[in-house]
Ligand binder design. Sequence first.
Ligand SMILES: [Zn+2]
Length: 350
Amino acid sequence: MSTLPEPWRDDWPLADRESVSACPVCSGSARTQLLDGVVDNTFRTSPGRWTLWSCADCQSAYLDPRPSAASIHRAYRQYYTHQAPPPAASPLRRLHRRLANGYLNRRYGAREQPFSRLGEALIGGVPYLRRFEDRACRHLPPLPSGGGAVLDVGCGDGAFLALAQRSGWQVLGLEPDAQAAAVAQQQGVPVRVGGLEALADRHAAFDVITLAHVIEHVADPVATLRACHRLLKPGGQLWLETPNAAGQGLRAFGHHWRGLEAPRHLVLFTPQSLQRALADAGFERLHHPPSPSVRRWMAERSLAIQQGRLPDDTRGLPWRWRLRCWVDDLLDGPGRARGEFLTVVAHKQA
Ligand SMILES: [Zn+2]
């Protein structure tokens, strides 16, 4: 039996912590303690025990204290990953991919291969299947007739931007991790190493900006959203996804919830607090697009953490959890406002 590291036995040095006396989303100071002694039981790389607070005004959850800006990079050092090679695709999976490619090519103008024209009806006509493909394309709007530009903040290995590129978009990625940026660049995706400060002199330059699981890592999320607003052209679209502090998972799993990821996740939003942050940054016409459910995915990983394993070392989900996820999916509806992730589309005034 392998013994996993327990980095929380060490403290995060006192001099490298900063206090957060007001809510990073709404600046409110009234709050209640949500969880104490939160540790990095997800990747098991980061020292320290952390306290998570819930803002009484906007219901965001946030760490106080948190790592200082100068020291936070230590929380990203050497992710302790456990990667198995991907299983060989079964004939059924290959057929599904062909059909899904047909849907992507038709709906988003992608050029995926191999594809089947039947996909438009067989994937497009089945909401459960269609939602996975729409999410992979981050609900991109139709390509403007004169061409359009997409910026992905925190683009990782660039998989989404490569797909957007194959769908006719001009693309640019920002990625603080130089190794991930190199993988994206090898695929022909242009990436700048860094964050939004790399584009500080740009205005109204993009039709679409996406942030997938980025905003929860940011010390000043409203400032980040304002920078995105500035960078969008009038009428442009912001797409954002982040863990939902109002979902079932945080309440059910507490310290073991996969979405916590202290101290990398500094702020966790609820539908209301995200709406407020987006409105404060100038966005309008917010909606939750129909998205696939990640309840079972999150529950399996939270259970693994609860049982002292790495999150991807999953062992299946007990039937009561399957039932619970199924019922919650039905009650929630496809916008998933009570789901484990919040997926939001918002616009800059035209
Ligand atoms: Zn607040």
